[in-house]
Design a protein around this ligand. Sequence first.
Ligand SMILES: [Fe+2]
Ligand SMILES: [Fe+2]
Length: 463
Amino acid sequence: MTHTTKNYRRVDPDNIHDVRSNALGLGGLYTIEVELSRLIGQWIARFPEFPEKLSLAEMVYEEALHAQMLEDRLLELRTNEEDLVHLRSRTTPVFLQLEQLDDPYKFLSGLFRVVKPALQADLRSHLDACPPYVDTPTIRMLQRILQEEDKHIATGLSLLAERNIAWSDTFDLEFELRSGLWDLNDPEGSFLSESFVGKEPISLPVPVWPAAVEYLSTDKPMPDWPVGHKEEMQRCVHELVFSELEALDIFGRYVYEFSGFPWAFYVESARLCWDEARHVELLLNVLERYDGEVGQWPANAPGYEEMVRCTTVLEKIMMVNVIAEGEYSTDTQTQHREAFKQLGDDLSALLKDYEMADEIVHGRFGIKWAHWLADQTGEDFDDAYTAAKQSLEEFKAKYADDLSSSDESSNMSSIVNIPLIRLGPEETESTRLVNASAKRLVGFSEEQISEMTSDASEIIDEK
Ligand SMILES: [Fe+2]
Ligand SMILES: [Fe+2]
């Protein structure tokens, strides 16, 4: 008869965790979940097609939450904050290999055919060694994580099957990756310290987008605006789909390339990423209802390109979250909501109102973490705000100039072509609607709000 370390029919008191060994094992799982969040965060912008981008956006949020739950339990089990920083600063060769791969589908194979099954086995072993009565919080947590990991594997394997990547296609890659896996029987020894995914982020100047769409860099003019209500609506919604897609890619990068924040920052960034994935989905639905098609026009990602151009993390967060989302996008979402209402399209108006609720959270995220970062680095919050706003205005002006000089006849040449801050097709700056109540919820001061509303033609204020 062969023996396993555990009797699978009843709890063997010799093989259950004490507090210390429990924390040691959970610490290994924590490192794995942190590294998975970073890896997926990086790969989102490198996957061309919607099914992968959208599925990975949900996964990055769930992985980040898993790490957060593990962190909370680790603190309860007498692990200190300093140890957590150490656990987030180590890795195993398999993660570094997956970070450096050149083919997104190789990454997908490694993630779902090697890494996640290995994680699943370790989650199960840890769960089986949890003592009764005293460790139910760990049990509840691991059961939830396991459930979500099962779902991820099923989704990932079916994506691979749909892309016709046969099990035998990735044999050599899997073999190689397996030799770089961790060993949780030796959690200290099997990790490499002072190294982690995104420590030296691999740059990605422009995101990878669906094959059906022609990617235009920001310095290239978009085609003329079409004539006719139906075509205009399709074009407008098409652009909105891609402005959400660039935001999705941006927030994946936050999880990957910004190091040194508390883990809560990454959980919130991953949530933003998943929010944007749901905005993409809702807009794909709107596009379909207006008989539009992905790829009907080219698309650009000026928000992403501008984010890459910003030199500091503070400037990036200030530009994307505080200004583009908290300040501008709360107005554009309101404008779009009202425009859809006027068109009698109540479903799109309702969907847009949810999007507006999310934008408020995204703006609030920006103010909160920009303050945190400014406190850490000694940079001045207000100076950084002014600088980011100025560079955005310059960028906007330059782009508007390029457009009007390249196409004098276009009736849309005055439109600010920065999707994250774009006004609706019928709006110009002089007919600007400002949602003051949304600004208050974001966390702007009354003084800032009165400045923002000073040149507005319509103000929504539900004080
Ligand atoms: Fe969005
Ligand atoms: Fe957003």
